[in-house]
Write a protein that binds this ligand. Structure first.
Ligand SMILES: Nc1ncnc2c1ncn2[C@@H]1O[C@H](COP(=O)(O)OP(=O)(O)OP(=O)(O)O)[C@@H](O)[C@H]1O
Ligand SMILES: Cc1ncc(COP(=O)(O)O)c(N)n1
Length: 276
């Protein structure tokens, strides 16, 4: 049996709801062998981020070399990268090892408002990493910072997606979780030709810690299995919808999503997700 492997390059969340921990849980649920390169350690729980301890860029490079020389991943995702120096090292290694199935989740700020990316690093993200991305998955505030647009209307979302595509990302998913005005959550997928809207019921819950990480990890896992971007985006959306619907009421703040939910539902309905 072929073993599909996915790599997450991201920060550690001690509370287990976001970052590396969310990514590995998602890979596992979707039957993909998970590997990690940690960029920063955060002291974090459902109440917020209490500390950020970035790793030396050399330590990040060392982890990527260890993986690149022995365990070539079928897909790679990036999350919290913290600094321009780390972004440049990651971009260099992605090119060196020719990792083409790259999902860039341009994580900038945690739910509670703590910065997870230095301001000066935004330029490195657009100059060095986005041109290597197969898919980038910004939320609305991240898309505004990356493009310089103020995004309100659907037309402005489409314009932002066009700009991100022109920056080099072959596909763009503009996530709509942060849009407070709409009844439904609307994500926008753009491949350089057409706009596809993925709509789902907005779940009213405060347990949304790690939604973006989990979503992009599910996308990377499906790409690792050889699924098309469109199919992988649809599965990732179903995965996160189930994970938010069955969110975990633990901790005193924003509880995490439920990584078991999607597969539990498929099992209940007698499907194996590899049959899809
Ligand atoms: N309340 C909600 N109900 C249903 N789906 C949601 C909700 N919030 C977010 N989503 C979905 O979750 C995914 C992540 O979207 P979101 O905009 O929250 O990303 P994010 O802000 O990067 O996440 P994070 O804040 O964890 O970094 C998207 O597919 C979005 O549609
Ligand atoms: C290590 C790490 N990576 C990413 C996030 C974003 O997740 P959220 O916006 O849900 O706090 C986070 N909080 N911590």
């Amino acid at each position: 049996m072929k073993v599909f492997k996915a790599l997450t390059i991201a920060g550690s969340d001690s509370g287990g709801g976001a970052g590396i921990q969310a990514d590995l849980k998602t890979f596992q649920e979707l039957s993909v062998y998970g590997m990690s390169a940690i960029t920063a350690v955060t002291a974090q729980n459902t109440l917020g981020v209490q500390g950020v301890y970035p790793l030396d860029p050399e330590a990040v490079a060392g982890q990527l070399d260890a993986i690149g020389t022995d365990l070539p991943p079928d897909a790679v995702k990036t999350g919290m990268l913290f600094s321009g120096d780390i972004i440049r090292i990651v971009a260099e290694k992605v090119k060196q090892y020719e990792w083409s199935n790259l999902v860039v989740d341009p994580v900038m700020v945690a739910k509670g408002g703590s910065p997870l990316l230095q301001e000066e690093a935004v330029k490195s993200m657009t100059a060095h990493l986005l041109p290597l991305a197969l898919v980038t998955t910004p939320n609305l505030p991240e898309a505004e910072i990356l493009t310089g647009l103020h995004i309100q209307s659907l037309k402005e979302r489409e314009e932002a997606a066009r700009i991100l595509h022109a920056m080099g990302s072959r596909y763009v998913v503009l996530k709509g979780g942060h849009d407070p005005l709409t009844e439904n959550v609307v994500d926008l997928l753009y491949d350089g030709h057409e706009f596809i809207y993925l709509e789902s019921t907005r779940i009213k819950t405060r347990h949304t810690h790690g939604t973006g990480c989990t979503y992009s990890a599910a996308l990377a896992a499906e790409l690792a299995k050889g699924k098309s971007v469109t199919t992988a985006v649809e599965t990732a959306k179903a995965f996160i919808q189930a994970a938010i619907e069955d969110g975990l009421n633990i901790g005193g703040g924003h509880g995490p999503t439920n990584h078991f939910a999607y597969m539990n539902r498929l099992r209940r309905f007698g499907h194996d997700q590899n049959d899809q």
